[in-house]
Design a protein around this ligand. Structure first.
Ligand SMILES: [Fe+2]
Length: 248
C-alpha cells in the first residue's frame, strides 16, 4: 500500500510526522507530495533528526573499494555511465538498498529533484504479500530463502558484508547482483528468486507508483523490495534523485 501526504504549511508537519512514523512499520511506503517544497534537502535532515529523532547512516558504498560519507547520495542519470543502475535509465530489478550491511538503517528516503519526462515509476513488493505469494506458488523456494545462509557484499575491503538468510523473520535482504553465488545451491536459489520476482513484477502483487519532481518517498527498507521501471532521458541530469538512510 502507498500512502500519500499532501501538506504544505507548518501546521501540517504534525501530520507528516505521524505519516512517517506509520511508514516505519513497513506495511506501506509513504509519498510526501511536494516534500521538497516544504523543506530543501538540508531542512529535511534537520526535521528527521530533531522532529523524528532518527539517526543518519551516512555510509554510501560508491563502488567496491570506495565508501563515501554523505547524508544525501545522488542517483543521477548520466549518459556516459549507463552501465551502472545508479546512472542508467533501464529498469532496476527489485532489491533492498541496505542488504549488504549487517547493521542496516531501517528507513530509506528518496527525494525527487527531477523526475524523468516519461517512465521511472517506483515498484514495491511488500514482504507480507511476497510471503503470501511464495507460500501459494513456490513453497520450496520460500523454505530455501528462509534457511539458506548467503553473504551479500558490495564493499570488497572486507569491512562491510551481511551474512544472513534472504528472508529472516519479518525482514528481507536481497540484492541479486551482490549476493555471493559460490555454491550451486545458492546460485540456483538466487536465479529462481530473481525470475520469480521478474514474473511477479508484471502482476498486481507489485505496486507501481510514479513520483513527480519535488516528491519525497520513504519506506522501511527491509520490509519491502523496491525497484524502478525504465524511463526516457536524453541528457545527463534528466532524472535526479537523492537518497538517504536513517536508523529509527
Ligand atoms: Fe534502491
Amino acid at each position: 500500500m502507498i500512502l500519500f501526504c499532501n501538506k504544505s504549511n507548518e501546521d501540517s508537519l504534525t501530520e507528516i510526522k505521524k505519516a512517517i512514523k506509520h511508514s516505519t512499520l513497513g506495511s506501506n511506503a509513504l509519498v510526501i507530495k511536494n516534500g521538497l517544497k516544504i523543506y530543501k534537502l538540508n531542512g529535511w535532515v534537520s526535521f528527521l533528526k530533531n522532529q523524528m529523532k532518527f539517526k543518519n547512516d551516512d555510509r554510501q558504498i560508491v563502488s567496491e573499494d570506495n565508501i563515501e560519507r554523505t547524508v544525501w547520495w545522488a542517483i543521477r542519470y548520466d549518459k556516459d555511465r549507463e552501465s551502472v543502475y545508479t546512472h542508467s535509465k533501464t529498469k532496476q530489478p527489485l532489491h533492498n538498498d541496505n542488504s549488504w550491511f549487517s547493521d542496516p538503517a531501517e528507513m530509506v528516503f528518496l527525494a525527487f529533484e527531477k523526475q524523468a519526462l516519461k517512465g521511472g515509476q517506483s515498484t514495491f513488493y511488500f514482504l507480507d504479500r511476497l510471503i503470501y505469494d511464495l507460500e501459494k506458488e513456490e513453497k520450496n523456494l520460500l523454505d530455501d530463502l528462509r534457511h539458506e545462509e548467503v553473504i551479500i557484499r558490495k564493499d570488497i575491503t572486507g569491512k562491510y558484508f551481511n551474512r544472513t538468510t534472504i528472508i529472516k523473520n519479518d525482514q528481507i535482504f536481497w540484492n541479486y547482483y551482490r549476493t555471493i553465488k559460490d555454491r550451486p545451491r545458492i546460485k540456483q536459489m538466487c536465479k529462481k528468486f530473481f525470475l520469480f520476482l521478474e514474473k511477479k513484477e508484471k502482476t498486481k502483487s507489485v505496486i507501481k507508483y510514479r513520483c513527480n519532481t519535488n516528491d519525497i518517498l520513504c519506506f522501511n527498507d527491509s520490509k519491502v523490495l523496491h525497484g524502478r521501471l525504465g524511463f526516457s532521458a536524453l541528457e545527463s541530469g534528466d532524472r535526479v534523485l537523492h537518497q538517504s538512510m536513517w536508523y529509527l
